[in-house]
Design a protein around this ligand. Structure first.
Ligand code: IMP
Ligand code: MG
Length: 180
C-alpha cells in the first residue's frame, strides 16, 4: 500500500473502498432490523457527521437526522471524561426509533452519557451504531448494536476523526504518528 503524502500518517488501517464496503454492509443490517419503521439517526458533532451521511445514503428505510454537540472535559485521551450537551437536538425523539451514530466508542464514557440522556426522553427504541470500536480501552460498558470495525489501540484519523481538528476529511482510516 503506498504511503499518502500527509507527513503524519503512519499507516492506513482501512482504505476508502474498505470503509465504503463495510458501511454498505452495516446499512443493510440496519435496514433489515428497522424494516417497516422510520429511523432517526443522531450524530454527535463533529466527528460522526461524515459517517452519518455515508450511512444514511445506504439505509433503505425512511431516515430522519438530528445532531448533538457535546463538550468533553477530559484533557488527556484516556482520562475519564465529563461530558455535557453543548448543542441539543432540534426535535423531540419521543416514541421514535433512534440510533446514536458515533465515530468511535473508546472508553465508553461519551456513549454511556448520551445513551442515558436520550433514554430519558422516551424513544421507542435506542441503539448505538459506531464506525470504530476500540473495546481494548473500554472503561464503562455500553451496548454497541452495530459497528463497522474493531480497531487496535492506536490513535486514528480520517472519516470524521480528527487530530487537532485536522484530517477529518480523509476518506480512509489511518494511524498517525504522534511523535511528529
Ligand atoms: P470515549 O468517551 O472515550 O468513548 O471517547 C470517544 C471520543 O473520543 C470520540 O468521539 C472521539 O472524539 C475521541 N477519540 C477517541 N479515540 C480517538 C482516536 O483514535 N482518534 C480521534 N478521536 C478519538
Ligand atoms: Mg467524537
Amino acid at each position: 500500500m503506498s504511503k499518502p503524502s500527509e507527513p503524519d500518517i503512519e499507516r492506513i488501517l482501512f482504505t476508502e473502498e474498505q470503509v465504503q464496503a463495510r458501511i454498505r454492509e452495516v446499512a443493510a443490517e440496519i435496514s433489515e432490523r428497522y424494516r417497516g419503521r422510520d429511523l432517526k439517526l443522531i450524530a454527535v458533532l463533529k466527528g460522526s457527521v461524515f459517517f452519518l451521511t455515508a450511512l444514511a445514503r445506504e439505509i433503505e428505510v425512511p431516515v430522519k437526522i438530528d445532531f448533538l454537540g457535546i463538550s468533553s472535559f477530559s484533557n488527556q485521551r484516556g482520562a475519564p471524561g465529563v461530558v455535557r450537551i453543548a448543542k441539543d437536538l432540534d426535535e423531540s425523539i419521543e416514541g421514535e426509533d433512534v440510533l446514536l451514530v458515533e465515530d468511535i466508542v473508546d472508553t465508553g464514557f461519551t456513549a454511556r452519557y448520551l445513551l442515558h440522556t436520550l433514554a430519558g426522553r422516551g424513544p421507542n427504541s435506542l441503539g448505538i451504531c459506531t464506525l470504530l470500536d476500540r473495546t481494548s480501552r473500554r472503561i464503562v460498558q455500553v451496548p454497541v448494536e452495530f459497528r463497522c470495525f474493531e480497531i487496535p489501540d492506536h490513535f486514528v484519523v480520517g472519516c470524521g476523526l480528527d487530530y487537532k481538528q485536522l484530517y477529518r476529511n480523509l476518506g480512509f482510516i489511518a494511524v498517525i504518528n504522534p511523535g511528529q
